[in-house]
Design a protein around this ligand. Structure first.
Ligand SMILES: NC(=O)c1ccc[n+]([C@@H]2O[C@H](COP(=O)([O-])OP(=O)(O)OC[C@H]3O[C@@H](n4cnc5c(N)ncnc54)[C@H](O)[C@@H]3O)[C@@H](O)[C@H]2O)c1
Length: 392
């Protein structure tokens, strides 16, 4: 499997590239090319100390600033395009890959409208290709524990829930201030989608309406964004999920952000409760030197679960965590699809099996996420009016 990664930014550095390198180390991926707008971004990515330390034995990726349509057109068919571009560029990149018979892994959100998601689904189904959206919370084992127990009835029926994900304050000083403006996005659209997706993943329920209230705040460069949001998502059984998001968790607080999910449910006779603290995962460190910048703290509570490197005896280090597992799972499915001699019907049957299993987010089983985003954007423009979510 040859891989073309589009985008050399934060998510490429923190999760996508090291996961792909590990798959290359295992012989699952043959080659990696990374495309970005500028060569200096790619040089910085290649020279990132953690990546250099972890993969001394893996051939470096091929950097390129050639426009991605040319690169995709030159690939042999049925390889893998990994889309790690800004949200509003996903649609064109995914469609370009599909039209050249490539499988696709795309970071969340797949696209920004239901119509675009439907077009992608049709194109992928027509050609028997895989499109997967990388919602990595689906590969956190605690999500699977809750899902399995919910699906066997141990929690009864979901009634009320609260979720939150607050990024640290310093995000306001990053490149976010150039694109995270009120006309383009908001804190819920950017990050709240993870918990909407997760509640569906656990319960199988679909959302039916949303009310999104946002507080405007100014970035250091004077641009205005909805930097604090409060959403109420109503589900098809009448349940309600409150989701709060912001770029506002104090830089002085431990952990790289704060996040978690609480769900209350019931049968006719008894109540149930699910509590996921997704920030504090039981580790506390206090190191000898003060640290500064990037929300770093001398006392910290790091998460071992999302993405970290461990020493398994070398060479280099091994990436572990649900961020790695999520990428590996999708790449393995693309390899599976391309192994053997399936005709179009055989490919479609395998893809349908994955759509129905619902472990991996695909346009066929997860377009409700685009429907929520579309409705939420309409709601925030009306100060939190309730907006119906299109049924998909
Ligand atoms: N928790 C998560 O799931 C999570 C976290 C972070 C980011 N993301 C998603 O990942 C995507 C990228 O986010 P990021 O934080 O890495 O952004 P970023 O701004 O750090 O990086 C974007 C990269 O895309 C490149 N790029 C832009 N236009 C391009 C083009 N036409 N051709 C080639 N390269 C181009 C830029 O040069 C840059 O390297 C977004 O969709 C974001 O929502 C998801």
């Amino acid at each position: 499997m040859q891989v073309l990664l589009l985008g050399g930014g934060m998510i490429a550095q923190d999760q996508l590239l090291p996961s792909l390198y590990q798959l290359q180390r295992q012989g699952r991926v043959e080659s990696i090319e990374v495309c970005s707008l500028a060569m200096d971004i790619l040089e910085a990515l290649a020279a990132h100390p953690k990546i250099v330390r972890a993969f001394p034995d893996v051939p470096p990726f091929k950097p390129t600033v050639t426009p991605y349509p040319e690169l995709i057109a030159a690939m042999p068919p049925r390889q893998l395009v990994v889309v790690g571009l800004p949200d509003q560029l996903h649609y064109n990149a995914v469609m370009c890959a599909l039209k050249h018979d490539q499988n696709v892994l795309c970071v969340k959100p797949l696209v920004l409208t239901v119509k675009q998601a439907e077009e992608i689904e049709e194109e992928a189904r027509g050609r028997g290709l895989l499109v997967a959206t990388e919602y990595h919370k689906r590969f956190d084992d605690r999500s699977h524990m809750a899902r399995q127990r919910y699906r066997t009835g141990q929690f009864g029926e979901f009634k009320l829930g609260t979720a939150s994900l607050f990024e640290k304050w310093y995000y306001r000083h990053s490149n976010f201030q150039n694109w995270f403006t009120t006309d383009a996005t908001d804190a819920f659209t950017y990050i709240g989608c993870h918990y909407v997706d997760l509640v569906h993943f656990i319960t199988g329920l679909k959302p039916v309406s949303v009310s999104l209230y946002g507080l405007k705040d100014q970035f250091p460069n004077g641009k205005t964004g909805y930097l604090w949001t409060d959403a109420r998502v109503i589900w098809e059984n009448g349940a309600a999920l409150n989701v709060q998001n912001a770029l506002g968790f104090p830089d002085a607080a431990p952990g790289s952000n704060t996040q978690g999910l609480t769900m209350y449910g019931a049968t006719g006779e008894a109540g149930s409760w699910i509590e996921h603290n997704d920030r504090y995962r039981g580790i506390s460190y206090s190191i000898v030197e003060p640290v500064s910048g990037g929300g770093q703290t001398q006392y910290s509570e790091p998460s071992p679960d999302y993405f970290t490197y461990v020493d398994h005896g070398g060479p280099g280090l091994v990436p572990v965590g649900y961020g790695y597992r999520s990428v590996a799972y999708i790449v393995e499915r693309a390899i599976e699809l391309e192994t053997g001699d399936r005709d179009l019907n055989g490919r479609r049957a395998l893809l349908k099996q994955w759509d129905d299993a619902g472990i991996m987010a695909t346009p066929a089983n997860s377009s409700f996420n685009e429907a929520v985003i579309e409705a939420a954007r309409a709601s925030i423009a009306q100060d939190g009016a309730t907006v119906k979510i299109a049924s998909v």
